[in-house]
Write a protein that binds this ligand. Sequence first.
Ligand code: NAI
Length: 247
Amino acid sequence: MLSGKVALVTGGGNGIGRAVCRLLARDGARVVATDMDGSAAQGTINMLKGPDDHLALKMDVTDKASVESAISSAIDKYKAPPCLITNAAGIIRDSFMLQMDEKAFMEVLDVNLKGTYLVTQAATMALAEHDVSSGAIVNISSISGKLGTMGQSNYSASKAGVIAFTKSAAMELASMGVRVNCVLPGFTQTSMVADVPDKVVKLILKMTPLRRMAEPEEIAEVVAFLLSDKSSFMTGASVEVTGGLGM
Ligand code: NAI
């Protein structure tokens, strides 16, 4: 389904990003797993069949030079830029809005929203410079970007920004043959939710018609679909993968 394609995944060292790397490799893509934690990215690549076909890179999505350097390393290895990009990195710094300090607000915007812009811009410029006339980008937003979440005004605002950014980019890049979509996961079993208190978990599951969390692979399957030609007429879409939460 993705054979011959090179896919760059951010936040590929853990959780949803790692599951995306595994599924894209399963579907035939050569995977560039990037993460701020370079050894976690390498851990992902070591799990893949034929790890030498793939590449692990340390990359901080908030740092333009780091993003550009990772893309250029991918070009060096594959002699072409990655044409499938998933922006999966994300962080949380929760507190109620009245107590939230500026640092916690801006750190979350930096990774989740500015990171999405930097990676999308650098990857698309590399495609243009190499005359590649097709590509697909999937940004990971969150159902919080649609509904808002108590104690997460920073995170929810960043994820709402990702939805709007996706639509603007989809309009601008369509003429280049680049599709841009985003996925809004619901509650998903990763380290990001490991510290959520039990009573909050119970409350969220009560509001989720399927009454469980997603496995990271269930999000990754939708990402793989959006990166493949099976979704060739989809761009600017926000696909909810939430077990029914927030429908
Ligand atoms: P995770 O915490 O398991 O993995 C996130 C990865 O991103 C880590 O490997 C971390 O090292 C990396 N990372 C953090 N900051 C980075 C940076 N500046 N540059 C590069 N890499 C960085 O998180 P998870 O749950 O897999 O989340 C992935 C995406 O899914 C995030 O965008 C998150 O907001 C979104 N999401 C997750 C949900 C969940 O319930 N787990 C629900 C909705 C959305």
